[in-house]
Design a protein around this ligand. Structure first.
Ligand code: SF4
Length: 433
């Protein structure tokens, strides 16, 4: 039996797809690419924006067109928040929300001959972390390690707390066991992933928190790098400054979510920091790691955002000198407070602001890339493509070099030359060739 997977959205979704892939492989299924004819298609969906829903539906239809007799399984956040809508799509046989994925093979093998089965739990009061483990990332030196699920922040534009439920942290011993298994399978870099990683440990009573996780991973030989997925200013505090003195593996890249550079809009978004607090966090990170790359997400066209508010965001992003900005035109999500705000910004205005901020983001990124040139950086090489070995620096810049050596999974010091493709070109320090 052949099974194919398509994953939309975040690192947590990618992690969960890897886990579901392993369950099917253990049950004797052969994974094939999503473009091939398969007996089972699993679409792990995203609902963070309307576009996420639309792309999820496109993938579902692509699967049913590829093999009308296939068993199409739709799981993830869109399935969790809109099960009726998903089960009504022709060809869908199983709708599985953001829980019970450990039962996916059993559910597929016991499906009734006809119709669509829906297995979607109410998630708002769920307190257990779902034990979906990953042992091996096929031929990866860098692995996502899910340590947390859910979010209690309820930012006014966000549907995620309704799709993922409250904060659930993974027991520390389980995290360490999986980290060692991934290390034994060749992973040298772990990306700590979750829906709201900064909330890790919030549901524990013994004081275990995100610092405890990094402290423990620092002690595992063979794990050379620890990368954070996305973090918030609340975590960038005095405790981090103290802890960072003894850490050697934390990568010099932080995706520090901003969303807006205007305090009025941050308040309306129900974000829990001001621009001054955000800037303080950036300055602290730069003091700890002078070569750090700070990347972020910014929403433009949030309800009630005026041209002046938007210009404040542009000025703030430029002043902070953010290395990379992911720009999102505001997408009203049914069921969120912001979607009910009568003062929505028009589509053309949103697109215009996204275009202007996008141009600024490109300038800031090019400026950051140029600042890397001439430096010596250690690169973890992951793959070879078109004669280039490709890997990432600690501050998450993609580096391309030519070498006859097998650099797969190697941490190598490289001289950074110039911007190249979507990254930088580099040269080996002591090139033998
Ligand atoms: S922190 Fe806010 S934006 Fe992020 S998942 Fe939670 S509610 Fe959504």
């Amino acid at each position: 039996m052949k099974v194919a997977f398509e994953t939309l959205g975040c690192k947590v979704n990618q992690y969960e797809t890897e886990a579901m892939r392993a369950l099917f492989v253990d049950a004797g299924y052969t994974p094939v690419s999503f473009d091939e004819v398969a007996d089972v298609y699993v679409i792990n969906t995203c609902t963070v924006t309307n576009l996420g829903d639309r792309k999820s539906r496109q993938m579902i239809r692509r699967a049913t067109r590829k093999n009308p007799d296939a068993c199409v399984v739709v799981t993830g956040c869109y399935a969790q928040t809109a099960p009726q809508e998903v089960s009504a799509i022709e060809g869908v046989r199983l709708v599985l929300g953001t829980r019970q994925r450990d039962r996916i093979v059993e559910l597929v093998q016991t499906l009734p001959k006809e119709g669509c089965q829906t297995v979607v739990e109410t998630i708002t009061h769920n307190r257990d972390f779902e034990a979906l483990g990953v042992e091996l990332y096929h031929d990866r030196t860098r692995a996502f390690l899910k340590i947390q699920d859910g979010c209690d922040r309820y930012c006014s534009y966000c549907i995620i707390p309704y799709a993922r439920g409250p904060v659930r942290s993974r027991p520390l011993d389980e995290i360490l066991t999986e980290a060692k298994r991934l290390r034994d399978n060749g992973c040298r870099e772990l990306v700590l992933s979750g829906i709201h990683v900064a909330s890790y440990g919030k549901d524990f009573s013994d004081g275990t928190d995100l610092f405890s996780v990094i402290d423990a991973l620092e002690g595992i030989d063979g794990i050379d790098r620890i990368r954070m997925s996305s973090i918030e200013p609340i975590w960038v505090n005095e405790k981090l400054s103290e802890a960072a003195k003894k850490w050697h593996k934390l990568c010099h890249h932080q995706h520090l979510s901003l969303q807006s550079g205007c305090d009025k809009i941050l308040k309306k978004m129900n974000r829990r920091y001001t621009t001054a607090e955000y800037e303080k966090a950036v300055l602290r990170l730069r003091e700890l790691y002078p070569d750090i790359a700070i990347t972020t997400d910014i929403i433009v066209g949030f309800p009630e955002e005026t041209e002046e508010d938007f210009l404040e965001t542009m000025a703030f992003a430029e002043r902070i000198g953010i290395a990379q900005i992911h720009v999102f035109p505001y997408s009203p999500r049914k069921g969120t407070p912001a979607a009910q705000n009568p003062h929505q910004v028009s589509g053309p205005q949103k697109n215009d602001r996204a275009h202007r901020l996008g141009a600024l983001a490109e300038n800031l990124h090019q400026r950051f890339l140029k600042e890397q040139c001439g430096k010596t950086e250690t690169v973890l090489f992951e793959e070879k493509q078109e004669g280039f070995w490709i890997g990432h620096t600690s501050n998450y810049q993609k580096v391309y070099i030519r070498s006859n050596q097998n650099l797969s999974g190697q941490l190598v010091p490289v001289t950074i030359k110039e911007p190249f493709r979507d990254g930088l070109s580099g040269g080996m320090i002591d090139a033998e060739e």
